[in-house]
Ligand binder design. Sequence first.
Ligand code: SF4
Length: 296
Amino acid sequence: MPRSVEIDPKAGFCGGVIRAIGRAEAFLENAPRLYSLGAIVHNEAELERLAAKGLISVDSLQDVPEGEPVLIRAHGEPPATYAEAGSREIIDCTCPVVLELQQSIRRAHARLHEDGRHGTLIIFGKIGHAEVLGLLGQVGGDAVVVEDVAMLPEALKDADLTERVEVFSQTTKSPAAYRALCEGIASAMKAVRGVPPGRDLAIHETVCRQVASRYASLGQFALSHDAVVFVSGASSSNGRVLFELCRRVNPRTHRIGSSADIDPTWFRPEDSIGVSGATSTPKWLLEEVAEYLKGI
Ligand code: SF4
């Protein structure tokens, strides 16, 4: 039996996911089923729980039978999805933070192209991620998506860096990686102009505050335990990044999907074990894992 097991007090769903799931569950109290455009949360165990209540994840609107309402998840969608939905009822659970980001990107794009100018809009995010697709859709795809600083030379090869540049981040990216990317952009602009870009480079702080505070506190939590069990769905990109962060500061970090993945030989009797997870990992799953660990 380990010496102690503690659940990360900051772990659990972010506000956007709590809101989306709450609305889906409220709807399903009075309806047999609800179609969700994409997985409402990147966590298999939570998806199974919601599927038992009638939530059906589909890849596109074509998979939703005529007349059935459709839920838009916290990641948001491009305008084309709303147009395609036509008169179909939409339960729009786009997170207010993402909604604000979509609007900011539209305004920035208009500024960058005012009076015939041709500035560049850069989005720091995962290529193909639903939130990024929703952001790109706000500007008809006219933005450069960069996943990391190493991609910059190729991504900016056609950009006119003598013009203004505005940069936004997907809400769940690492604040440190975003800073590194912005420094890379400033250097690339300086190399072209011969002087720092100054006010011609606008960096928007759009990493979600809840995510940023998770990044800040998780390392501390991982350090304060002998071993860490990090619970997250296989498809959660935020889970992958937060897990790596934990493992960097505490090499005895193990990533699992549920307690069935735990190997008791990972732990020693004198260990204090920390249990944490992604912003898509439900609290109930963390509690279940903690109970299992206490019984080892
Ligand atoms: S991470 Fe932040 S922005 Fe993204 S859905 Fe959650 S609360 Fe909203």
